[in-house]
Write a protein of this length. Sequence first.
Length: 506
Amino acid sequence: MPEARVVIDLDVPGATISRHLYGHFAEHLGRCIYGGFYVGEDSAIPNVGGIRQDVVEALRALDIPNLRWPGGCFADEYHWKDGIGPKADRPSMVNTHWGDVEENNHFGTHEFMALCELLGAAPYVNGNVGSGTVREMSEWVEYLTREGDSPMVRQRKANGRDEPWRVPFWGIGNEAWGCGGNLRAEAYADLARRYATFLKDHGGNKLYRIAAGAADDDLAWTEALLKAVSCLGCGREPKNIFQAISFHYYTVAGTWGNKGSATSFDLDDYYRTVAKAQGVERVIRAHSALMDAYDPDRKIGLVLDEWGTWWDVEPGTNPGFLYQQNAMRDALVASLHFDVFHRHAERLVMANIAQTVNVLQAMLLTDDSDTGGGLVRTPTYHVFEMNKGHHDARALPVHVVEGRTYDFDGTAMELVSASASVKDGRALVSLSNLDPSSGLDVVLDLRGAASWESSGRLLTASTPQTHNTAADPDAVAPVPVALEREPRGLRVTLPPHSFATVSLVL
């Protein structure tokens, strides 16, 4: 069997891997909110205030750090005051972006905050720049976070919540270059400064304001936002108007018109997907280099608040609902991304997979019928769970010194991906064998500290196309993996297309 060697310096801890790199995204899109998170108080599916208990229990096992809501494109047509107060009095709205469906606004601000409390997740609220006003967004912050006796506080109390919530993360619009307004970069940069100015810190709630950034590697958009708060080579700290800049990066192996199937694909499709997923590192490096020029002390964070695979919808489903299956290939896309995130933790401070339930690269797929009520954990769910030990740990230097490559379109594609971190006397190593056909022996060359105990877990399947269903919910699920001691450290055997974690007590 081929062999790879991975050198890990256990005594050289680097940047802290923020737990918020494992964030999630819940948009009013398809069955993510209605039928996914929320079924209503009258549903036969067990719920707390209309929020599905089984979904909450499954997600709590991931230690979700934050949840972004209400969009996405939906955020820039959402008017929050329509989603508060007695449900019978809430006006309905049309979701023009996703299926042109009518929504009753029964899931609004209070329901979202209740969901975050049940999950133990920090709220990330995305405000409406596209069709909203500065006053509307400013009053939403006041409604959520202010104490005392202001107009918004009185309205919140009248709706049953006396104490303010903690809402640390605030998005200033979404994809302003597209569905959020089709704005020019400079025009949005001016709006971002203006909106951020009126998003106030109330009491002990300190906002982390996130400006809506680029698609992929549109560096001109990022530079316009940087110029709005800083200057090139001037040596001054950026103006503290917004605290982060976002960007979005999706793994689309085909074209936007023909993205391909989530579960029916050939080897070329597989390698194209891996290549596109690996491309996120190039994009992060590009944005980081530009930000380093304007912000060398890294006062401004980089946020990837939409990422994941995007396939054609499952046959027979509403094309506007973006419902797709999730195979072993998707799990490897996730594991690849996390390795990249860990390497760039000094600048990348948050990431949000799109999306948590029933949409795109979801954690969970649900049956929302009263006679069903089933729930399936996807392969991607298991990668998030297996990687929990990286939350708020310090990244360790990892060097794949003897790996394997595949010649894809004239480029040598790396087939071994790895990252590691240390926290509280424990190290966690993540390993991916991206070769779809061949297994691999990986030698972990552990340096700088002794490992007294070790254990491993493995996620793999018979094929990269294998996925979980209601009939076979554990077709892809983690199992223990044997570790063999050797003079340089440990040896672990990885089957084709597999992901593993190795836990070390130092």
